[in-house]
Write a protein that binds this ligand. Structure first.
Ligand SMILES: Cc1cc2nc3c(=O)[nH]c(=O)nc-3n(C[C@H](O)[C@H](O)[C@H](O)COP(=O)(O)O)c2cc1C
Length: 369
């Protein structure tokens, strides 16, 4: 294995990852009979296939409570560091993230949990830091969410302390606005004494600033209709990072439906985003954002749109269509994509057979070894 963990140990110019597979239904709020149940056997089989076909990463969601509805969307979820550790033990090349809520994990404990995962994976563990979103998850934990700006200030102390635990040999004190830690030691260090690759997906100015200062990767939305806008965003963001002496890669997220023909793919996508939808979960998701029929004149439109919006950028079509769409994303300077599938295990082999060779021919992937 090549040693550069910040490039996910390979030379692929465009990185491909699976997003959301630790949660039941993944990211599609659907009622299909083949919907993803996220049971351990399926997760393990999925990770092995992803590893074999040359996917670069697996990115779970930090989720603690489902959204209700007939399927209780994302109601069954694995905690992500332990999930990653199990999968790292079963794979050889692929990078696996933990998506960690900084306020919910004591930094001393989290530092060591992540080192364990990283040692198991021999340098293939990565960290997606999140500050917290859904209030009911925090109510369940007994930990109160902070005000928005403070969330990121806390997060910055949290990761700074952890990076010190991952690198320093001498005991140290850490005195911050939030953390007061004394005589801190932590052994062993991450694999090869290098901090894992760190990502963040904040969309606010505070979130973007946090990622610039502390992370190696950042998630943003892809603007399909105006690739030049995405290109400009990526170039500016990277330049801002360089101005403070840092390098950062920009990633995006979406959902793939790849079928032998465009027609089949489009029909399936249409079906699970309009008809086979868990509208009970959709309504709960809107309620969590403070959107109700009583206070929102275009409520029905929002309810109709959310199944489409929740899965991010749609990449739907034949293998040629999907490859072309991924190439457009890459042309904006974006380093990689984390995407979901309706059923990760059933759909992956087709991507291995049909999509990967096309991407290789297009120069998006290094030649298979
Ligand atoms: C690709 C991606 C993955 C995310 N994963 C999670 C997650 O697993 N759990 C979570 O609570 N928030 C998650 N978020 C939310 C972000 O961390 C962030 O809180 C949100 O985009 C709002 O930005 P802000 O915190 O800067 O306001 C994710 C966002 C994106 C775009």
């Amino acid at each position: 294995m090549t040693p550069d963990r910040y490039k996910m140990h390979n030379a692929n110019p465009f990185k491909l990852g699976l997003f959301g597979a630790n949660c039941s239904s993944g990211r599609a709020i659907n009622t299909l009979p083949e919907r993803w149940l996220a049971d351990w056997d399926s997760c393990e089989a999925m990770a092995k296939i992803a590893d074999e076909i040359g996917m670069d990463f697996i990115l779970p969601i930090g989720r603690w409570k489902g959204y209700g509805g007939p399927t209780n969307f994302q109601g069954s979820t694995f905690e992500t560091i332990t999930w990653a550790t199990g999968l790292l033990a079963q794979t050889k090349r692929i990078t696996i993230f933990g998506t960690v809520h900084a306020p919910l994990f004591n930094p001393m404990v989290a530092a060591k949990m992540m080192v364990t995962a990283d040692q198991v994976g021999r340098g293939r563990f990565a960290l997606n830091i999140v500050v917290g979103w859904n209030e009911p998850e925090f109510q369940m934990s007994g930990i109160r969410q902070r005000e928005h700006g403070d969330k990121y200030d806390y997060c910055e102390e949290w990761i700074t302390a952890i990076k010190r635990m991952w690198s320093e040999d001498e005991p140290f004190d850490f005195k911050g606005k939030f953390l007061d830690m004394n005589n801190v030691v932590s052994e062993p260090k991450p694999y090869g004494r290098k901090a894992p690759l760190i990502m963040n997906a904040g969309q606010s100015p505070e979130g973007k600033g946090f990622a610039l200062r502390n992370c190696d990767g950042f998630f943003t939305g892809f603007r399909e209709h105006d690739v030049s806008k995405s290109k400009e965003f990526v170039a500016n963001y990277k330049a801002e990072a360089r101005a403070i002496g840092r390098e950062i890669d920009v990633f995006t997220q979406g959902h793939v439906v790849c079928r032998p023909t465009r027609k089949e793919a489009e029909e399936y996508y249409h079906y699970f985003t309009t008809e086979a939808v868990d509208f009970g979960a959709i309504e709960e998701s809107l309620r969590l954002k403070g959107i109700t029929r009583a206070n929102t004149p275009d409520y029905d439109e929002r309810r109709r749109m959310l199944p489409l919006m929740s899965i991010g950028y749609p990449i739907v079509g034949s293998p040629d269509d999907v490859a072309e769409k991924l190439a457009r994303i890459h042309s904006a300077g974006i380093t990689g994509i984390g995407f979901s599938l309706v059923n990760y295990l059933k759909e992956l082999p087709f991507l291995g057979q049909e999509l990967m060779p096309r991407l290789e021919k297009m120069g998006l992937r290094a030649s298979a070894t």
